[in-house]
Design a protein around this ligand. Structure first.
Ligand SMILES: [Zn+2]
Length: 229
């Protein structure tokens, strides 16, 4: 079991109690956030916001580690178990996102179609949203309509000018997540919300205990979006 993690917010306590396995839990405003890879080590964590390989081009999270509200994490593990029975699995790009990150994203891209206004907070800020894709038994991503965070029509669920294999992969992900208790987002094939997300508070907790934006904001780029919509 790991030592106590120091967090800046006074509303946070760390409980070294088990989830499905012995995962750390951070409690803030009554919401329990679970460390995803500790809760389910079979999940592949590929946190793009901990790298420069994301739509704003800067590192926002200090390391490749994702957290999710506990009920949402349980649902995600249910989806993962269903996929593993088919020789597949999930790769997770994003989960809980501190409100401070949301404010920065909004500064760069103030378009509510793609980034939630920090005034109301995003579903990711409540720990009830995940960004995911499917992987095979070797951890290789299955073909999907676009890469992650592609803000064009091609990423929409109703976009059908695609090879049948890709439509089937998108559908398998969607069917699996809905069966596990999530809802899909019309404009992003990779984004899923655990049902009842509205009942959870927006949180601004630095779950990593290290500074956000470890390299600063230099190099932030303007995202490319579809002009036709
Ligand atoms: Zn998302």
């Amino acid at each position: 079991m790991r030592p106590t993690v120091l967090l800046t917010s006074s509303t946070v306590v760390l409980l070294s109690v088990g989830c499905a396995s012995h995962s750390r839990i951070i409690t803030a405003q009554g919401t329990r956030l679970v460390n995803l890879s500790e809760a389910d080590p079979t999940l592949i964590i590929d946190c793009r916001y901990a790298t420069t390989n994301n739509f704003v081009g800067v590192r926002m999270y200090p390391r490749n580690e994702l957290w999710l509200e506990r009920g949402a994490a349980t649902r995600l593990m249910k989806a993962q178990a269903a996929l593993r029975r088919q020789g597949l699995g999930l790769k997770v790009y994003d989960g809980y996102r501190p409100l401070e990150i949301q404010r920065r994203l909004w500064e760069i891209m103030p378009d509510p179609r793609y980034v939630a206004n920090p005034k109301n907070g995003s579903r990711h800020n409540r720990g009830r949203a995940v960004d995911i894709t499917l992987v095979d038994a070797d951890g290789e991503e299955l073909a999907m309509p676009t890469e992650y965070d592609n803000f064009t029509e091609r990423a929409h669920h109703d976009y059908t000018a695609l090879p049948l294999e890709i439509i089937n992969n998108r559908k398998l992900l969607r069917d699996t997540m809905i069966a596990a208790g999530f809802t899909a987002l019309k404009t992003e094939w990779w984004h899923y919300d655990a049902q009842g997300w509205e009942d959870f508070p927006v949180l601004d907790v630095n779950v990593w205990g290290e500074p956000l934006f470890p390299d600063g904001m230099d190099g932030a780029k303007q995202p490319v979006v579809a002009e036709s919509e």
